[in-house]
Design a protein around this ligand. Structure first.
Ligand code: TXA
Ligand code: MG
Length: 443
């Protein structure tokens, strides 16, 4: 592929130089030494391109894997498929597998070389640590130096399930897993395929979401392959995941528990078990600490977001998840959160469409407003509507947001308008993801 690409580049370059429209070598005066100078430049360029092409090809071939895809029954996973995937894990390879939240990209969490394979496949910065997935509380306890009463109560109530606990790490946990941090993130997933794979592998499985770094988390095996085909060994295809957003992350290494990332277990659920839980600023929707790409031009930016007036900003000393410092959940299109109640959202969407008649706009709409948007006729631009679920049922919305954002990209959207929902319950996790997808911008 690369060689063909290089040849095409050279051909284009040579053709552009050899057959200039106005009869002169482009950018050069015509004739004699000027032509010679151009020729030398083309040949040097070609040689460099070719050398680079060979180098690229070697790197590509050496890291290329044929990714196998094994279908598994999500409720009752086939032992042969699990056994095959477990052999890959034990021999240092990478396996993508379904969890109840999103698909993870797993490797032997006690083998630094295997864990490095995850970072390479995803293009993930090494300073962004990984969650270790376990199949039992007993296995979790071997990975930490302290197991506080809060961990015991939370594990008893929410494991297996979408809750990740950060606890002081034991020496057996490799540095590459925690990015050198003193805490290790642990979670016992509830998906039967994930549990069977960890159990059969006999080791904790390090696994981030199985997407290219910074991109949308995968909720289908097809999403995994779209990002990672050729870069990983196996995908276990267990159909769609049901929670749809990642696990809740709770830091238990300090004096008080701190919510670092809202997810499948709600803040209210945690507080029922623990009493007051502090919320880290980065867990709040709309407080964007991400390393900013260039802020797109426009006056729609709302740098404060709802966190500014939600009154839950913790001011806690706990470190954020390193992952929250990177740009996340980015669709290709520009995304904007539409704030307000249903009526206000309709008005804002109408205004936006009227002001941008030529843009291909996609809408992530609540069930309340989707029928209104589906009726909308446009001039030159088009409207693509994704109905996610009722604004009063954040669980349903959560289970659809990542796949809907991918479909918006596939539909060729230039802009994605995403309706905000209330922050209670799973609404906090939904809005955290939407504001991140929008790089904190709203209308
Ligand atoms: O639901 C989930 O949690 C999924 C599934 C596959 O389990 N996993 C997932 O992993 O979302 P990932 O890597 O995409 O997000 C984990 C987050 C990152 O932001 C990372 O920085 C943070 O957890 N994290 C991991 N280990 C940490 C640690 N020791 N201290 C603080 N943050 C940590
Ligand atoms: Mg992720």
């Amino acid at each position: 592929m690369l060689i063909i690409g290089v040849c095409l580049m050279m051909k284009e370059k040579l053709e552009a130089g050899a057959a200039p429209k106005d009869g002169a070598m482009s950018g050069y005066p015509s004739g004699g030494w000027a032509d010679m100078a151009r020729l030398v430049e083309l040949m040097t360029g070609a040689a460099v391109c070719q050398a680079w092409g060979w180098f690229g090809l070697m790197v590509d071939v050496s890291s290329y894997k044929k990714t196998g895809c094994l279908r598994v029954n999500p409720e009752n996973p086939d032992p042969e498929a699990i056994a095959e995937a477990a052999v890959v894990i034990r021999s240092g390879g990478t396996v993508a597998f379904p969890t109840e939240t999103v698909y993870g990209l797993g490797a032997n969490g006690l083998d630094p070389a295997a864990v490095s394979g995850i970072f390479i496949a995803k293009g993930r910065p090494l300073r962004n640590p990984l969650i270790l997935h376990v199949a039992s509380t007993r296995q979790a306890r071997r990975l930490v130096t302290a197991w506080p009463a809060a961990a015991e109560r939370l594990a008893a109530r929410f494991w297996p399930g979408p809750l990740t606990l950060i606890l002081p790490r034991a020496p057996v946990v490799p540095d590459v897993v925690t990015a050198g941090l003193p805490g290790v993130a642990l979670r016992m997933p509830s998906h039967p395929v994930a549990l069977a794979l960890i159990d059969r592998s006999g080791v904790p499985i390090a696994a981030p979401s199985a997407n290219l770094s910074g991109r949308l988390s995968p909720t289908l095996a097809a999403h995994v392959l779209a990002d990672l085909d050729g870069k990983i060994d196996i995908v276990l295809d267990g159909g769609p995941t049901n929670v749809g957003v990642e696990s809740t992350i709770l830091d238990l290494t300090g004096e008080q528990p701190v919510l670092l990332r809202p997810g499948g277990v709600t803040l209210e659920d945690l507080e029922q078990v623990l009493g007051k839980v502090l919320v880290h600023d980065t867990a709040m929707p709309g407080t964007d600490t991400a390393i900013a790409d260039t802020e797109p031009a426009g006056q729609e930016s709302d740098p404060q977001g709802p966190a500014a007036d939600a009154g839950t900003s913790s001011g806690v000393a706990a470190a954020p998840c390193p992952g929250t410092l990177f740009r996340h959940y980015a669709p290709r299109a520009e995304a904007l959160v539409v704030t307000g109640d249903s009526q206000e959202q309709q008005v804002k969407v109408r205004h936006y469409l009227a002001a941008h008649p030529d843009r291909m706009v996609a809408l992530l709409a609540t069930a309340e407003n989707a029928p209104v948007y589906q009726q909308m006729q446009r001039g030159a631009g088009a409207v693509h509507v994704e109905a996610l679920g009722s604004r009063n049922c954040p669980e349903e919305i959560a289970s659809h947001i990542f796949s809907a954002l991918r479909r918006c990209d596939q539909a060729g959207a230039q802009v994605i308008l995403m309706e905000a929902i209330p922050l209670s319950g799973m609404g906090l996790a939904v809005m955290n993801r939407l504001y991140r997808a929008a790089a904190n911008r709203s209308i």
